[in-house]
Each structure stands twice: as structure tokens, then as C-alpha cells.
Design a protein around this ligand. Structure first.
Ligand code: ACO
Length: 431
């Protein structure tokens, strides 16, 4: 409970409702609106959740003004430097960093859940080769609800744990199978002796007819990208997982809903859209003209990879990833990568332009992630899948937190109705 007190007063009748406020461990207090409808007969209205906390959570904290991102209290910069995606997944799920034995047990369990049921693999054949991989991933994850229906009791803690390990283990296999299907290449089985991201790269790039050695730099870069994308508190896809999951539906179905929500260009699809935009701009000389079109707010023209609902000074993930871009491109011998050069020029001009500065528009994580994915050989259509793969750890943590909360309620927003009032049906013959 906070020391602050608030009051909502209907100025026409003078009727007041006292509103309780709650303090988090850090961050703004929240004002509870419980009782407002009962006492005042009004709903509150906040489209886009601009000022509304949708739940209580202990997982991730963001301070958008200060550019802070903490997973379970640990700064993203420290995790990016010292941790791994799998350790971050453990941290997000369990709330603390694992001991050596705990990590070995977790990693061992993940590696023993990597294979897909053969019938599940056959489902890919139902997709045309040029189906978008996000559609395939969403559908295959949803179909896991059918495979693990009877064995999944959301009120059983052990079942929930198996679900968490299973989806984190299988999502790279699901993504790789979508990629291989699009290429028309045979599916490559997981290798449990490889670490999480190395195994993912192996499933993506190995072929049965020759050896494939995972480049440790590629695996490290991918692991870093995964850590940076692992969670971001109540973003659109995580809120979707929570909302779907709040009905008590099968968790694989809830995760599939999250994959679909992530796909949009305003969210995870931005990394794909950034590369599309850079390709369309084509050359550094075209940057000013493109920025003028953005500033004139031409329909559908946005500076993709810029702006964020929460970060209004800088995105801490963008800082880390920008540095990684230099490292990866340098080590891959492509530091003169024309796409990266174009991106840097675009960034430089936009950051000094009053239009973007006054609106607090800065590069977000996805301004750079696609450039690294491209350098690693991941095709553009798979970028958002990479994001989904990483964010699965966050979705799972939030779903687990929500289901274990005894105060959990089905998410059911209200609305401001502006449609017709009651009217009588007119038979077709009289219309
Ligand atoms: N390019 C140009 N103008 C922009 C951009 C942009 N990328 N983003 C916001 N603006 C402008 C808006 O036109 C608006 O200007 P106005 O006040 O003159 O009308 C102002 O900035 C505020 O924009 P909103 O759309 O109200 O900001 P909101 O917080 O709702 O949107 C969002 C955030 C969706 C991320 C937006 O900035 C955007 O579309 N960015 C491009 C897509 C993108 O990169 N998404 C990835 C987000 S990060 C992630 O999901 C991992």
C-alpha cells in the first residue's frame, strides 16, 4: 500500500470515491480503480493502456525515461556481458540465478525435450513452401495444445514446469523446421550435445550431406540477441499470452496467441520492416528524401526501428546491440556492410532532426537486430521468428506467474460503446 490517497469526484453530483494506491518495489505507484464502477457507475477509459497497469508482476522492470531494463532486478547490461540465454530463461522463470547444479539440471531437462513428435513434423507439409514462417510457428505451437491436452493440468505445478521446459526446448526445433520447409531441405534433428543457440544454428544451417561446424561467434551473437529479447514486461504479445491464458486455456494455445501478436510490424515484425525499409531507401543519398516523407506523415511511411511506447530517451538494448553489430560485422569481415552503413547514416541524420528529437524517437532494439541476423545468414522472413524464439522465455515466465497467482481473474476489459441504441429488426423484404 502507498501513503498516497486519491479521490475521484463526480463534479456534477459531488459524489466522491477514495482510491487506494499501491507502491511497487520501484517505479510509479498505481491507483486502484476497484470500486469506481460500483460507486460511481462509470468505467475508466485508456485505449492502448497508456497509463494502466494490467497486472502485478515480479519479473521485469523498465524505466523508460532512464533507459533501464532489469530482469528480476539484474541490469540487462550485466546479463548481456556475463550470462547466457538459457540462464536468463531460468532466471525469468524462477526469480533467481541458478546454482551450478540447478543450471545443469535445467539445461539437461531442456536438451531432453528438443525433439518434435513425428506427426507434428508432418504438419509442415500442409503449408505451401512460401508460407510466412510466423504463421507456421504460430500454428505448430497451437497444435501442441492438441498433442499435450490430457497431460496438461494448469493447476498442477509439475505439469506447468514440464510445459515450460518443453516449449523452451522445442521452439528452436519448430522454428528450424519452418525454415527448412521453406527451403525444401530435409529437417535436421536437434543435437543435445550443443548449447541452446549453437543447436539452433545447427538445425538451421546443417544439411545431411556435409559436416557443419557452428561458428562460436555466430552462436554468441545469437545468444546475446536472445537475451536482449527474452522479456519486456507487459508488451503487446506478453499481454496477449496473459489475456488468453487468463481464460484457463491450454498454455500452448496462449503462447501461440503471443506469437501471432508479436508478428505485427508495430511490435516484433519491426525487425523485418527495418530491413525492408533500408532496402527500399537503397542509398545514403536517398536518406533525406525518405526522412521528409516520414516527417510529412505520408500514409504508411514510418521510420521503422525508431520509437518505443516506453523508452523515451534510449533503448538500453539498442546500445548493446549496436556495439555487437560492429563486432559481428568486423569479425565476419563485412564491416563495410552497405546496409549497416546506411542504417548508421539514417540514425545520424534522424537523431539530429528536430522532428524525431522533439518526439523522443530513438532507435529501438530492432533497428539493429535484423542487420546482425542478416550477417549470420538468417533470411529476413525469419527475423520475427528469432524474436519469438527468444521471447518464449518471457511469455512462459509471465504465464507461470499469472497462473500461480491465487488472485488471478479472467481478463475482461470494458468499453466505451458508441454504436446504435436499441432498434427493431427490419425484415429483408422491407429494406
Ligand atoms: N517514425 C515516425 N514517426 C513516429 C514513429 C516512427 N517510427 N514512431 C512514432 N512516431 C511519431 C508519431 O507519428 C507521433 O507523432 P505526432 O505526435 O505528430 O502524431 C508521435 O511520434 C508519437 O507516436 P505514437 O504512435 O503515439 O507512439 P506509440 O507509443 O503509440 O508507438 C511504436 C510506439 C508503435 C513503437 C511507434 O514508435 C512505431 O510505430 N515505431 C516503428 C515500429 C517499431 O520500430 N516497432 C518496434 C518497437 S520495439 C519492439 O517491439 C521490440
Amino acid at each position: 500500500m502507498s501513503n498516497k490517497k486519491f479521490q475521484l469526484t463526480d463534479l456534477s453530483s459531488g459524489k466522491s470515491t477514495e482510491l487506494e494506491a499501491f507502491s511497487g518495489t520501484v517505479g510509479p505507484d498505481v491507483v486502484s480503480l476497484a470500486g469506481v464502477y460500483k460507486e460511481q457507475g462509470v468505467f475508466t477509459f485508456d485505449p492502448g493502456f497508456m497509463a494502466t497497469a494490467s497486472c502485478e508482476s515480479h519479473i521485469t522492470y523498465i524505466d523508460g525515461d532512464a533507459g533501464v531494463l532489469l530482469y528480476r532486478g539484474y541490469p540487462i547490461e550485466q546479463l548481456a556481458e556475463h550470462s547466457s540465454h538459457l540462464e536468463v530463461a531460468y532466471l525469468l522463470i524462477n526469480g533467481q540465478l541458478p546454482s551450478k547444479a540447478e543450471f545443469e539440471s535445467f539445461a539437461g531437462s531442456i536438451s531432453r525435450h528438443t525433439m518434435l513428435n513425428q506427426s507434428l513434423l508432418k504438419m509442415y507439409d500442409g503449408f505451401h513452401h512460401n508460407a510466412h514462417p510466423m504463421a507456421m510457428v504460430s500454428a505448430i505451437v497451437a497444435s501442441m495444445a492438441a498433442f499435450y491436452h490430457d497431460s496438461m493440468d494448469i493447476h498442477d505445478a509439475r505439469h506447468r514446469e514440464i510445459f515450460a521446459h518443453r516449449i523452451i526446448a522445442k521452439i528452436p526445433t519448430i522454428a528450424a523446421a519452418a525454415y527448412k520447409h521453406a527451403l525444401g531441405q530435409p529437417f535436421i534433428y536437434p543435437r543435445n550435445d550443443l548449447e541452446y543457440t549453437a543447436n539452433m544454428l545447427h538445425m538451421f544451417f546443417a544439411v545431411p550431406c556435409e559436416d557443419y561446424d557452428v561458428d562460436p561467434l555466430h552462436a554468441k551473437a545469437m545468444d546475446l540477441l536472445f537475451m536482449l529479447h527474452a522479456d519486456h514486461e507487459q508488451n503487446a504479445s506478453t499481454s496477449t499470452v496473459r489475456l488468453a491464458g487468463s481464460t484457463g486455456c491450454n498454455p500452448y494455445a496462449a503462447i501461440s496467441a503471443g506469437v501471432s501478436a508479436l508478428w505485427g510490424p508495430a511490435h516484433g515484425g519491426a525487425n523485418e520492416a527495418v530491413l525492408q525499409m533500408l532496402e527500399r531507401i537503397g542509398r545514403v543519398e536517398n536518406v533525406p528524401d525518405f526522412l521528409n516523407r516520414v516527417k510529412n506523415q505520408e500514409s504508411g511511411v514510418r521510420l521503422m526501428g525508431f520509437g518505443h511506447r516506453v523508452y523515451k530517451n534510449f533503448d538500453p538494448r539498442a546500445k548493446i546491440i549496436r556495439a555487437m553489430c560492429h563486432k559481428v560485422l568486423g569479425k565476419l569481415g563485412s564491416s563495410d556492410n552497405p546496409t549497416f552503413e546506411l542504417a548508421l547514416k539514417l540514425e545520424e541524420i534522424a537523431l539530429s532532426d528536430d522532428y524525431f528529437v522533439s518526439r523522443k524517437l530513438y532507435p529501438n532494439v530492432d533497428f539493429y537486430s535484423g542487420i546482425i541476423y542478416s550477417a549470420l545468414g538468417i533470411p529476413r522472413s525469419m527475423f520475427t521468428v528469432m524474436f519469438a524464439l527468444a521471447r518464449t522465455a518471457g511469455w512462459v515466465s509471465h504465464w507461470l506467474e499469472m497462473i500461480a497467482d491465487p488472485a488471478m481473474k479472467i481478463g475482461r476489459p470494458r468499453q466505451l460503446y458508441r454504436g446504435p441504441t436499441q432498434r427493431d429488426y427490419v425484415p429483408l423484404s422491407e429494406r
